[in-house]
Unconditional design. Structure first.
Length: 84
């Protein structure tokens, strides 16, 4: 099992998510058992990581969402920097 917890470059605070690598069968079981679990007043969302940019893609014709990440270098770093 390997775990990576990204931190904000400027503040060093955790960004509110992590990447955990494990065997496929263990990963499915862990996701099934922990997705939706409440921890410290927050609901955990556990799913398989997708390649960057492969998520929803919208354009000016439907809601204006361009498929970019909510956290992007050069953008406002305030999103996802909750104090823990």
């Amino acid at each position: 099992v390997d775990c990576y917890i990204p931190t904000d470059r400027e503040t060093g605070q955790h960004r509110g998510f992590a990447f955990v690598t494990m065997e496929p069968d263990d990963a499915l079981r862990a996701a099934d058992e922990t997705d939706g679990y409440e921890l410290d007043g927050r609901i955990l969302r556990v799913n398989e990581a997708q390649p960057k940019g492969s998520g929803r893609t919208y354009n000016n014709y439907n809601d204006g969402y361009d498929g970019g990440d909510a956290y992007d270098e050069g953008s406002d770093d305030s999103w996802g920097n909750d104090s823990y």
